[in-house]
Design a protein around this ligand. Structure first.
Ligand code: AMP
Ligand code: MG
Length: 402
């Protein structure tokens, strides 16, 4: 009996593992999940901040009709404010400086006319112009980001602003990726005609890297004893074990029974989906085990749709906002399985609407089709014909920058 995609997802959500907390330096915090609130240590701006290069005056003098202001001094950013003791004079002042006592208003150089050692001001200047007032953006003590926040560029900036040189983040799991199969040889080897290279190890490791995870890579042959000994060790040392291969109906597909013998409780085996129907998943204590089908595209699809969301869930990270693409052609898929279709993306030049097109392929063993694939589109099992223009949930294989 196959488990539905929704039920498989539910099983994983219900079996979250907490990997704990660790402290890292600010420069290593990007991409991690925050495990402490980010609290503002000061108001932001921390002082009434000059927002333009120019001069500062006491507006009262301007309001009384004065237009020519002799220069009494210059104040750069980062220096103690020089009090404006003579309200009939001005100070030249630079962006980022703190407003001096006695001054109220900034006038940009662009709006001034230099006359000897004085500046002539135009009409129409407003009191308090070109100032970024203390506390306008952030009040001291405010919680700027909460536990579970993904630490992206903005968070790095505010962590630095607020003086966090060490940051508590969710500990990353120790992940072991295990390729099983007698036919597999190292990437460096020249395979015999009946052998292939262990490519799954590398593509699965690549899928985990955006989470900051560096997995250890292993290979095991299809031998009950060898699998038992090696997996017993990995189950003790890893938080997540991801196997590829050996979960189907083959005579040498020992993975599920070996794991069961080692005390791993099956959460599900067989999901109503294509590709990736033989997917196996089980848990022992604080270790989650994924048995992915060996076909390269199945292993990618299962990682994208189950392993990565599970890891984000455990790390306390929100799922990315759902993305959709419009089908550029009609698609028919008869089996009552969820279809994770390989698609390429096109962006309609004027509207920016994303359209998706099925990628030509010859099945889940066609690893080369991934070179033409931008995303997987999810077509529900309940439907057979999907009309052109249908809006379909997509999941990107790679993050795009640009
Ligand atoms: P299996 O799930 O073990 O029945 O394997 C299904 C298909 O995937 C077979 O053609 C395997 O040779 C292939 N395969 C298994 N593991 C890998 C791997 N690590 N890299 C590339 N192909 C693999
Ligand atoms: Mg195999």
């Amino acid at each position: 009996m196959l488990t539905s995609v929704a039920a498989a997802r539910q099983h994983l959500l219900a079996n979250k593992i907490d990997f704990g907390t660790e402290t890292v330096s600010l420069s290593e915090a990007q991409g991690r999940s925050l495990r402490q609130n980010l609290v503002a240590d000061r108001d932001q701006p921390p002082f009434d901040r000059v927002a333009m290069d120019g001069i500062t005056i006491d507006y009262a003098a301007y309001a009384a009709g004065q237009r020519l202001f002799p220069i009494a001094g210059l104040q750069a950013a980062g220096t103690l404010p020089i009090p404006l003791t003579n309200p009939a004079s001005c100070l030249e002042i630079m962006t980022g400086a703190a407003l001096p006592p006695g001054a109220t208003t900034i006038i940009r150089y662009e709006d001034l006319k230099k006359e000897g050692v004085a500046f002539r001001l135009p009409d129409g200047i407003l009191d308090g112009a070109n100032l970024h007032r203390r506390g306008k953006d952030v009040m001291a003590g405010a919680v700027l980001a909460e536990i579970g926040q993904y630490i992206g560029v903005g968070e790095i900036g505010m962590l630095a602003t607020c003086g966090y040189d060490q940051v508590a983040v969710a500990r990353l799991p120790k992940v072991a990726i295990v390729a099983t199969g007698n036919e597999l040889v190292p990437v460096t080897a020249t395979p015999e005609p009946h052998q292939i290279r262990r490519s799954n190890l590398y593509q699965l490791a690549a899928l985990l890297r955006p989470l900051g995870i560096t997995a250890t890579l292993h290979h095991l042959v299809d031998d009950r004893e060898e699998l038992t000994t090696a997996l017993a060790e990995l189950l003790d040392s890893a938080d997540i074990v991801i196997l590829s291969g050996g979960v189907s109906k083959g005579k040498l597909d020992f993975v599920p029974e070996v794991l069961t013998d080692l005390g791993v409780k099956t959460l599900f085996h067989g999901v109503a989906q294509r590709p990736g129907k033989p997917l196996w998943c089980g848990q022992r204590g604080h270790t989650m085990v994924f048995g992915l089908p060996g076909n390269p595209v199945s292993s990618i699809s299962c990682s994208l749709h189950y392993v990565l969301p599970y890891l984000r869930h455990c790390l306390g990270l929100a799922e990315p906002p759902p993305a959709y693409g419009q089908l550029s052609h009609e698609l028919t898929f008869k089996p009552s399985l969820t279809l994770f279709e390989r698609v390429s993306l096109q962006s309609e030049p004027t509207t920016g609407i994303l359209t998706i097109s099925s990628v030509r392929h010859s099945g889940s063993g066609d690893a080369g089709s991934m070179l033409r694939t931008d995303a997987f589109a999810e077509f529900p099992a309940s439907q057979t014909v999907f009309e052109e223009g249908t809006s379909v949930r997509i999941r990107m294989v790679d993050a795009w920058i640009g």
